[in-house]
Design a binder for this molecule. Structure first.
Ligand code: ADP
Length: 399
């Protein structure tokens, strides 16, 4: 029997998202999620052509959830003997990883060594790797890093204007995130527009719950809006993006909030939710703005203005623009956000095709501008598929 399936795992602190990709025919026959891990209401949901099933796993940790997952997949005919390898999403690769790698004990140690840079994410990602190693020790595993694509960003773009020893001693610099998504949609834009692989300038805007834009020149990331953490840059669902760093001290002195509380406010109570006072969900805000909700309208306008400003600033890195790409839940679905953002960028020669903008989305990728040079596109992201591709390539190379 030929093993052609690739398990893709995205292991969070209390969740385990998974997909099975079939490398033989490039399909994704099964996917799902174990959630609320460690809680009494932990559960496992599996989706396939046969439908969706859900099972309670009270108190399950990552290991128990993974065992239940393997059993559920086996029942559907996707048992581990069909698996070629597993690919893991790992959030932070710091300066240690500029590409995806085969997981070894040394790699696990190196990911652990940089966990202080992403204390909420890397330990959870490692939990998934270790649980799978215990369960299926012979299955090849690959780590795919959110930061890796951005390791080509030059020092002028990644260096904070802080005392330099903070970079040397503590690794304080800009790293960037959503690298797998920016890599995929920029390469798709190059393919769709038939741009020269070694001569193109693309700006990608990944707009989901987290949002970042990226400057891609000749296949390489040269700058991005997120920084040392995913808090920097654009306005997001509940994250502030860029604010004056003095706000920390001001808030502390005026309200008595401590550092952890202020950090929580910037991460979980700000962004679209903070401005609107209504929701972090762009769908809700677009509907409310239609109904005359003034702060929903303001939240959307701040979001789009800051996005356009972020995109403009990235043009310094590319030195021009062949294509602007929208992706992520908002980028793929919110035609109104694309319209407002492109309107702010009219001075660049971008002109939206209103009908194409309305007709493109998650299920229809392509050009939404009347202009081809530069072009504006919607390209649904496929991060899990990219993880599967990297995994397959690394495992094949090792054979
Ligand atoms: P994540 O970053 O967690 O992967 P997604 O990329 O799925 O999230 O994006 C989630 C966001 O996409 C939601 O918060 C919502 O604001 C937005 N979104 C999803 N569907 C629509 C839609 N039809 N119209 C507008 N916004 C949408």
């Amino acid at each position: 029997m030929t093993a052609s399936m690739i398990l893709v795992l995205n292991s969070g602190s209390s969740s385990l998202k998974f997909s099975i990709f079939n490398s033989a025919d490039q399909t994704e026959p099964v996917s799902g999620l174990a959630e609320n891990l460690g809680q009494p209401d932990a559960r496992l949901t599996v989706r396939s052509a046969d439908g969706k099933t859900s099972r309670e796993l009270p108190g399950a940790d990552h290991q128990v959830a993974l065992e239940a997952l393997v059993a559920a997949l086996s029942e559907r005919g996707f048992s581990p003997e069909h698996w070629l390898a597993a690919g893991h999403r790992v959030v932070h690769g710091a300066e240690s990883f500029s590409a995806s790698v085969r997981v070894t004990e040394d790699i696990v140690q190196r990911i652990d060594d940089i966990s202080h840079l992403a204390p909420l994410h890397n330990p959870a990602n490692l939990e998934g790797i270790r649980a799978l190693s215990r369960l299926l020790p012979d299955l090849p595993q690959v780590a795919v890093f959110d930061t890796a694509f951005h390791q080509t960003i030059p020092a002028a773009a990644y260096t904070y204007a802080l005392p330099y020893h903070l970079y040397e001693d503590h690794g304080i610099r800009r790293y960037g995130f959503h690298g797998t998504s920016h890599r995929y949609v920029s390469s798709e834009a190059v393919r769709l527009l038939q741009l020269e692989p070694d001569h193109h300038r693309v700006i990608t805007a990944h707009l989901g719950n987290g949002c970042s834009a990226c400057a891609v020149k000749n296949g390489q990331s040269l700058d991005t809006t997120m920084g040392m953490t995913p808090l920097e840059g654009l306005v997001m669902g509940t994250r502030s993006g860029d604010v004056d760093p003095s706000i920390h001290l001001f808030l502390h002195e005026r309200t008595g909030m401590n550092l952890a509380e202020i950090t929580g406010l910037l991460n979980r109570e700000s962004g679209l939710l903070g401005i609107s006072g209504l929701s972090n969900d762009m769908r809700t805000l677009l509907a409310a703005a239609e109904d005359g909700h003034a702060r929903a309208e303001l939240a959307i306008e701040v979001f789009c203005y800051r996005l356009a400003r972020g995109i403009s600033s990235l043009l310094v890195a590319t030195g021009g623009l062949d294509a602007l790409v929208f992706t992520g839940g908002i980028g793929e679905n919110a035609a109104g956000v694309r319209e407002r953002t492109v309107y702010h960028l009219g001075w660049l020669g971008l002109n939206l095709d209103v009908t194409a903008n309305l007709n493109h989305g998650r299920y229809q990728q392509g050009i939404i501008s009347t202009t081809q040079e530069p072009a504006v596109l919607v390209i649904p992201t496929r991060e899990e598929w990219m993880i599967a591709q990297d995994t397959q390539a690394l495992v094949a190379n090792a054979r």
